[in-house]
Design a protein around this ligand. Structure first.
Ligand code: ZN
Length: 252
């Protein structure tokens, strides 16, 4: 049910060797088709880190988010059963990296395990900028009111740093929202934003982005129904495949 686009994308095609596109080399074309994201750099920011809680002073130190100072990061939220958000974001990110790399993409992550602390939110944005990722996704899950359900897509507000990627980020957000509704059983948020979309000017990850980027709160960890989904391995993998689908649509 997921659309893996063949060689339809100009950006992807330009990254392929000429022989791969030649009708005289059908066997080469077959190989190229299985890795349509070859040469494409994609950024993944799995929110928080598994041991952030060990160092409050580090988390509380102030970093510049492009508009104002904010905390380096937080511990993230957790389900009422104690399943932590950093573990969720890490597992979805690892599955997403696996699926993207299988399609030939070069994946840049902002952290490399779930056993450390940091980096801070500003540095996460800089990592993805320095890698020249063509699109990026910040993965989170929310700690909302227990009666609230659903996912929300957080989009950037124009500022000095991100002014060239506002429209493209909004387009990516629209595609991602539609993919979530098509491929997952998670509804749009009942309490955050409007129809699952909200604009945020207080987040370093969006203010400092130089590539098209959105942040997704995949659901509400404090709601029992959402929490059962978010902590299930099958749902985490479904989210990853949904993100792949959205990324491929965005690049096509
Ligand atoms: Zn978070």
């Amino acid at each position: 049910m997921f659309r893996y686009l063949p060689l339809a994308c100009a950006a992807v095609m330009s990254a392929l060797p000429a022989a791969a596109l030649s009708p005289d080399h059908p066997q080469v074309r077959t190989v190229a088709n299985s890795q349509p994201l070859t040469g494409v750099v994609i950024g993944i920011d799995p929110g928080h880190n598994g041991r952030n809680y060990t160092d409050p002073a580090y988390l509380n130190h102030q970093v510049w988010n492009g508009r104002e100072y904010e905390d380096c990061d937080t511990t993230g939220t957790e389900t009422n059963g104690g399943y932590p958000e950093p573990r969720f974001t890490w597992r979805v990110a690892v599955a997403l990296r696996h699926d993207l790399e299988a399609l030939g993409a070069t994946v840049v992550m902002t952290r490399h395990s779930n056993h450390g602390k940091g980096p801070c939110v500003d540095e996460r944005a800089h990592i993805l900028n320095r890698a020249h990722s063509v699109v990026a996704i910040d993965i989170h899950a929310d700690g909302g009111p227990s009666s609230g359900r659903g996912f929300a897509i957080l989009e950037p507000v124009r500022d000095k740093q991100n002014r060239h990627v506002i429209k493209s980020s909004e387009r990516f957000g629209r595609i991602l929202r539609a993919a979530m509704l098509e491929h997952t059983s998670m509804p749009v948020s009942t309490y955050d934003g409007t129809n699952g979309v909200t604009h945020r000017s207080d987040l370093a990850g969006l203010n400092l982005a130089k590539e098209p980027k959105v942040l997704i709160e995949c659901g509400n960890m404090r709601n029992g129904t959402d929490a059962r989904k978010l902590t299930a391995k099958a749902f985490q993998h479904r989210l990853a495949r949904t993100f792949v689908d959205a990324i491929q649509q965005f690049l096509s």
